[in-house]
Design a protein around this ligand. Structure first.
Ligand code: ATP
Ligand code: MG
Length: 137
């Protein structure tokens, strides 16, 4: 089985959608094996999204991710990385398929309710960014 890192972003925690989004993961066969609600500083958010530091939207993304609480979760399952991205839907909710989290809940391409790791290597790094070995069973 595979593990991936999911973040329920501030636009979604603000609108009380944590449970509705978690249910989407569970309904898709993903198991939530670790979870916590935290608030990132702009510095921490910028470090997490460092790969995008030269993109024009970087400042906006960093400040948005620090604008309220997030729920970080480790999801486990068969092909968890790809399955999570399928359940999330396209980055821009306008392009997201029917039934996906972003189609149902996202407000814009920036405030798009969820993050999911995009590959095995980044999943490993992103899980370690938020969770210690002790928190992962
Ligand atoms: P994520 O990495 O959050 O799971 P993703 O892999 O679908 O999303 P990326 O291209 O990695 O998309 O972009 C990271 C995040 O940056 C997006 O989820 C979104 O919040 C923000 N973002 C991407 N493109 C734009 C844009 N054109 N304008 C504003 N914000 C954007
Ligand atoms: Mg991405």
């Amino acid at each position: 089985v595979e593990r991936t890192l999911s973040i329920i972003k501030p636009d979604a925690t603000k609108r009380n959608l944590t449970g509705a989004i978690a249910k989407k993961f569970e309904d898709a066969g993903l198991r939530i094996v670790a979870a916590k609600r935290i608030q990132l500083t702009p510095e921490q958010a910028g470090k997490f999204y460092e790969v995008h530091k030269d993109r024009p939207f970087f400042g906006e993304l960093r400040d948005f991710m620090a604008s309220g609480p997030v729920v970080v979760q480790v999801l486990e399952g068969e092909n968890a990385i790809a399955k999570n991205r399928e359940v999330m839907g396209a980055t821009n909710p306008k392009d997201a398929a029917e039934g996906t989290i972003r189609k149902e809940f996202a407000q814009s391409v920036g405030e798009n309710s969820v993050h999911g790791s995009d590959a095995a290597e980044t999943a490993k790094e992103e899980i370690a960014f938020f969770f210690s070995g002790l928190e992962l069973v």
